[in-house]
Design a protein. Structure first.
Lengths: 246, 182
């Protein structure tokens, strides 16, 4: 049961941790524990579905087609505006980065690599950390990570609108179940849209590079582990990621 | 419109009650006004103004990029390294980052309390703030900050809202419903 709750924490925050505490407290009361486990699973399923739907809409917007047709969000102007906004701002950010030629555009192989060590810390989601660490380690092996040029470009409206759109979809999808609707919105609000390849590691400020992540896992890895390790190295320095699992 | 004579607890209570009344019917799900924090959760060293605010409301969720932190997350949110080299209003460089306490974020950039109790912010200028930023004072105290930037029309400038965003910002709609903005 504990490992199951760990798994659930991969994308959620405090609410799911509360459920886990209840599971641990009530593990001998099967009916209660089962009910709590099922509720947490259902909440995370609602959030994952909403993010999947949002990304489908964004992919459609990317093709230039009418992104709100042929689905149950048709005529949802609020969502349509958010999707158009997220996509346009993402495209604008990439164009801006590419047009600013003084900025490093990739790793400079003539520079010695810097090493970032990622380590799980108490309060982080174990599966969330595992996902984040594996993604960065994979990008490191592919030679894609490098120290971006300061000041690193960012449009906070992209992540803000991304999260807002997910919560909007949850709200609309769960109108018939207000209890689940409110619980899922609360959990989603406690999470962060995370740049999978961190911006300071050369990641693009584009929705394709964003996924929801447990908040503390996002904050600690990005600010407390990645940034201090690279903040003083030259722009374009290749970055290798080492993961300490214990 | 600013409620200069209101105490923070009564202002928070007004916002909480108004939100409870309209949240479900209007779908105001992008903001939240929690109950006050248990004093045992407030970390030692928290500035008095922040501790007083936490006693009234355990953080404030204003939108998806602008919020005041909950008591239990304050310790993790301290990140003085990110302020190294920050530019001060007189053009000099910040040399003592420990003077600032991180208590929230506006457009994902820090909201800070200085040792003298004044509130500062890192304005959003289109960059990841800790890769290079400046700091500027915005209020003399935390309570003044809440009255003038959070619970007033000035919120639009804190959260970087365009005029067209005022109709869709859930917090701004809450301010209107509470009689704190027009």
């Amino acid at each position: 049961m504990g490992s199951h709750a760990d798994h659930l924490e991969s994308t959620a925050g405090e609410h799911t941790r509360n459920v886990r505490r209840k599971l641990q407290t009530n593990h001998h009361k099967d009916a209660l524990a089962t009910a709590a486990k099922e509720a947490a699973t259902e909440i995370l399923s609602v959030i994952k579905t909403a993010e999947r739907e949002l990304r489908q809409h964004l992919r459609t917007a990317q093709t230039g087609l009418n992104h709100m047709s042929h689905n149950h969000h048709e005529n949802d102007k609020v969502l349509a505006d958010k999707i158009a906004n997220i996509h346009q701002r993402s495209e604008d950010q990439v164009k801006k980065l590419r047009s600013e030629t003084h900025r490093a555009q990739g790793p400079d192989p003539t520079k010695p690599a810097a090493t970032v060590t990622l380590q799980w810390k108490p309060g982080m989601s174990r599966p969330g950390f595992a996902r984040k660490a594996q993604q960065l380690a994979g990008l490191s092996r592919e030679g894609k990570l490098y120290k971006a040029t300061n000041k690193v470009l960012r449009d906070v409206n992209i992540t803000g609108q991304y999260k807002s759109a997910i919560i909007h979809i949850i709200y609309e999808n769960q109108r018939g179940n207000p209890k689940l609707q409110q619980a899922a919105i609360a959990v989603a609000a406690s999470m962060n849209p995370d740049h999978v390849q961190d911006l300071q590691l050369g990641g693009l400020d584009h929705w394709e590079n964003i996924k929801m992540l447990h908040e503390k896992t996002n904050t600690v890895t990005g600010k407390h582990q990645v940034w201090p390790a690279i903040m003083k190295v030259p722009d374009g320095t290749p970055v290798k990621v080492k993961v300490k699992w214990k | 419109m600013e409620m200069t004579n209101s105490s923070i607890p009564s202002l928070v209570a007004l916002l909480r009650e108004t939100l409870a009344e309209h949240r479900m019917t209007l779908g105001l799900y992008d903001c939240n006004v929690p109950e006050g924090a248990d004093s045992s959760l407030i970390p030692p060293g928290t500035p008095a103004g922040v501790a007083d605010l936490l006693a009234a409301t355990d953080g404030l969720y204003l939108d998806h990029t602008t919020r005041l932190f909950r008591a239990e997350e304050l310790t993790d949110q301290q990140f003085p390294t990110g302020l190294e080299g920050a530019e001060l209003p007189d053009g000099s460089t910040l040399d003592d980052t420990s003077r600032f306490f991180f208590f929230g974020q506006a457009r994902e950039n820090p909201l800070l309390v200085d040792r003298d109790g004044s509130v500062w912010r890192v304005p959003d200028e289109g960059y990841v703030w800790y890769t290079g930023c400046r700091v500027e004072p915005v209020a003399d105290t935390v309570s003044e900050f809440v009255r003038t930037w959070v619970a007033s029309p000035q919120f639009q400038h804190l959260a970087g809202l365009e005029p067209s965003d005022l109709e869709t910002s859930h917090w701004y709609r809450l301010l209107r419903l509470s009689g704190l903005a027009t």
